[in-house]
Design a protein around this ligand. Structure first.
Ligand SMILES: [Zn+2]
Length: 233
């Protein structure tokens, strides 16, 4: 349920959901969407009052996330433009060639291209990201899987695709879906997302046992989650 609240001249839009819980929860996500979780028996007028009282905090969080979103200018695919790969910035170096090859080396992304136009370069780079994602994500899954040995989970099938709102998800059948864009994040953050999804194969929901297990397997997961939110926002 979408709700709109006015605070001074500002407007806060949020989704309201009712849950089996004792107190009100307010979340501001890195994409600046606001989500309010209320106890099942809460009266909506009381909920709105409480959210309103929290408006300064909500607006502060939104500002905070906006400051990490330096309005990435539309990509132009020209020499010198920077693009992210595994958490680092690489400068494009476009080389007209008789083959299509991309190499990342010492902070530069060498794009050998048979057709160095914006559209073709964009497509080529997207394909390269996808290729790297499927190799690296699979390797990382193999690496972290042994940490779950005592929980007897089956090795999940990995699916990689573009998603606009989330980094990863999993299905009850044990399939893990990862966002292609994760390949732009630091390795530790990719590992965090994989471990987060594997933890869901043991505990479906974000319950205390879920976070206990997550913390046992990756004690500094919060750091990597934050890095993820800031690096790609
Ligand atoms: Zn989750």
């Amino acid at each position: 349920m979408k709700r709109i609240l006015h605070y001074g001249a500002k407007e806060i839009t949020f989704t309201l959901a009712y849950q089996n819980r004792k107190s009100l929860g307010i979340k501001v996500r890195p994409d600046t969407t606001v989500c309010v979780l209320a106890p099942v028996d809460a009266k909506e007028t009381d909920v709105l009052k409480k959210v309103k009282a929290k408006s300064p905090w909500i607006l502060k969080q939104i500002n905070h996330f906006n400051s990490f979103r330096p309005a990435t200018p539309p990509r132009r695919f020209i020499n010198g433009e920077t693009h992210l790969y595994l958490g680092r910035q690489y400068r494009l170096k476009i080389i007209p060639d008789t083959v299509n090859v991309i190499k990342a080396y010492r902070g530069q992304l060498f794009i050998h291209s048979m057709n160095p136009t914006k559209g073709a370069l964009e497509k080529q780079l997207q394909q390269w990201y996808r290729q790297k994602a499927s190799i690296i994500f699979e390797e990382m899954l193999e690496e972290v899987l042994p940490k779950f040995k005592r929980y007897k989970i089956q090795k999940p099938t990995l699916v990689i695709r573009k998603m606009s709102k989330r980094w990863g998800s999993c299905t009850p059948a044990g399939k893990i879906i990862l966002n292609t864009e994760l390949i732009k994040a630091p390795k530790g953050s990719i590992e965090y997302v994989i471990i987060h999804e594997l933890t869901h194969l043991v505990h479906r929901n974000h319950t205390k046992p879920f976070f206990d297990l997550l913390s046992r397997i990756l004690p500094d997961w919060k750091k990597w989650k934050e890095r993820l939110e800031y690096s790609l926002a």
